[in-house]
Structure formats: C-alpha cells, structure tokens
Design a protein around this ligand. Structure first.
Ligand SMILES: NC(=O)c1ccc[n+]([C@@H]2O[C@H](COP(=O)([O-])OP(=O)(O)OC[C@H]3O[C@@H](n4cnc5c(N)ncnc54)[C@H](OP(=O)(O)O)[C@@H]3O)[C@@H](O)[C@H]2O)c1
Length: 266
C-alpha cells in the first residue's frame, strides 16, 4: 500500500493524548510514549498521525524524537487547526510543526477540520506553496464530507488532495455510504480515526465472539473490518496493545462475518 509516494503499513498509529491534550502539553510520560512510538516502528508500523493541537505541539515533539531518524521509512501526518487556515497562518503553522518534528519535510499535512469562514482556495494555495518549498510533501484534509472534499480537490491547481482522515469504525460506518465510494473513484486515501471506537472495541463481546473463529480478539476484528476501505490509525501506548493491533493484519473476515457486523452496527 502506498501513501504520499512511500510504501506504508496497512495500519498506522494515532497519538492523541500522547504529550498532553487540547492545546495543553503534558511532559510527565514522555519516555513511555517515545518508547511506544519506537516499538511501533520496530514492529513495522509506518504511518504516524499527530497534530499541532495535540498537547499544543508536544505530541509532534515526541513523534519527532522517536522517529525522525527513520523519516525516510515513515509517513508522518500532521494537521493544522481550523483557526490557522488563512494563508499566512497556515504557512506559520506548518513551519512550526516541521520544526517541532525536526524533519526535513512533513510527509502529509492535513486541514484538521473545515472552517467555513476561510475560502478553501486560500488554504489550498498555502498548502501547494508549502509543497513547492519542501516544508510538506503531500496535502490532504480531515473531517471533510464528499461536498467539501470535492471543493478542496477543485481548488487544487498543482498537487492532489491525497487523503481524507475521518472517523470510521464499526460503530461509525457513515463514510461507507458516500465518502468511501467517492474517495476510491477519486484516488483519495481514507485514513480512519478512532477506529477502535475510542477503546470501546476492547470490551465488545459481539466482536470477540466473531474473533474466536479466527483466533483473533475483538480489537483485531474491529480493525480488520476497516482494512479494505482505509488505513486505520488506532492509538495505543503500550507494547501489549501495539502487539494486539498488529494481529489485525494478514487475514480477512469472511463475507458472512462482514455482513453480520454490518447488521449489528447499522
Ligand atoms: N482528525 C481528527 O479529527 C481526529 C479525531 C480523533 C482522533 N484522531 C486520530 O486518530 C487516532 C485514534 O483515535 P482515538 O485515539 O480517538 O481512538 P481509538 O484509536 O479508537 O482508541 C484509542 C484507545 O484504545 C485503547 N487501545 C488501543 N489498543 C488497545 C488494545 N489492544 N486493548 C485495549 N485497549 C486498546 C487505547 O489505550 P492505550 O492508550 O492505553 O493503549 C486508547 O485508550 C488518535 O490518536 C488521533 O491520532 C484524529
């Protein structure tokens, strides 16, 4: 599977909560998170998702600390918050994110949420100029529905919108109706956030029951379900959790079990 001109793993790793919360840094668990991120890399994970908002940028610092020496091998995704979508603000945000990550270029830089106050063309122009300058390598969006995604694609002049990162899990299957078919036709990668239903899948008895047939856990079933349509980016911060996530790859649910999951979670 390719993303932003690199070969990537079928699942990535999210970092929300690593290094703090909503615009607030927390330095108390840095070592633990850097260890977890490195372990994920050692186990073959090649997509890492962060944002300027996560811990007010400290999450990016941790991702950079853990992974910058492997930057040729990984796709680091970061995102600009919707109050920074004006041309100059967006450029400043991207440069600050690149500095915190300590990388030559941010592989994939996304508009975190749409902002109806800022014309999409202005933000796309900033993203394209950032690609020209090598600050970022690829551009994309997050939380854009089909209409907004089309607008963003229509505004792009030189480069493509390569990804849309949206909430997608067995509990949140809305993207299957329109967005996923559209994105497939348009060649836009869907990155699935909160793919474990923010941890809910770990306690899901229905998925656990399905998993028993395959020798898999509920978490692994929840992620496997998403693989044909997306790159899921579950967040995990322990080795045990990361090991479990990796067991989602390399096998497939039967069409009957896929159907059973769809009937259960409409
Ligand atoms: N673009 C956006 O607007 C947006 C919005 C939300 C999220 N995201 C991205 O998507 C990522 C994932 O979403 P999320 O963090 O909201 O939720 P999630 O990945 O659905 O769930 C994360 C939770 O699952 C737990 N977990 C992971 N592996 C587990 C396992 N094997 N057994 C039991 N529990 C396990 C984690 O615990 P531990 O941490 O203890 O391992 C964490 O509490 C985020 O981190 C972020 O990078 C993007």
């Amino acid at each position: 599977m390719r993303l932003c001109d690199k070969e990537v793993s079928p699942i990535g790793l999210g970092t929300w909560g690593m290094g703090g919360g909503f615009w607030t840094p927390d330095y108390s668990n840095d070592e633990r998170y850097v260890r977890a991120l490195r372990y994920a890399y050692e186990r073959g994970i090649r997509v890492f998702d962060t944002a300027e908002m996560y811990g007010g940028g400290h999450s990016e610092e941790l991702v950079g600390q853990a992974l910058r020496e492997f930057q040729e091998d990984v796709v680091i995704v970061s995102k600009v918050w919707p109050n920074h979508l004006r041309y100059d603000d967006l450029v400043r945000s991207a440069e600050a994110s690149r500095r915190r990550l300590g990388v030559r270029s941010i592989d994939l830089y996304l508009i975190h949420w749409p902002n109806p106050e800022v014309p999409i063309g202005e933000s796309i122009r900033a993203l394209e100029d950032l690609i020209d300058r090598g600050v970022i390598r690829c551009m994309g969006v997050s939380n854009f529905d089909v209409r907004l995604l089309q607008e963003a694609m229509g505004a792009a002049r030189k480069y493509e919108v390569v990804a849309d990162e949206v909430e997608y899990s067995v509990y949140h299957r809305e993207p299957e109706a329109e967005l996923i078919p559209f994105a497939r036709r348009a060649g836009v990668t869907i990155i699935a956030y909160s793919p474990l239903g923010r941890g809910q899948a770990a306690r899901d008895r229905f998925l656990a029951e399905i998993g028993r047939k395959y020798g898999k856990t509920a978490i692994q079933v929840a992620l496997n379900y998403l693989l044909p349509n997306s790159i899921p980016i579950p967040k995990a911060s322990t080795k045990e959790h990361i090991d479990e996530l990796l067991g989602a790859v390399g096998w497939a649910l039967s069409p009957e079990d896929v159907e059973a999951i769809r009937r259960r979670y409409r």
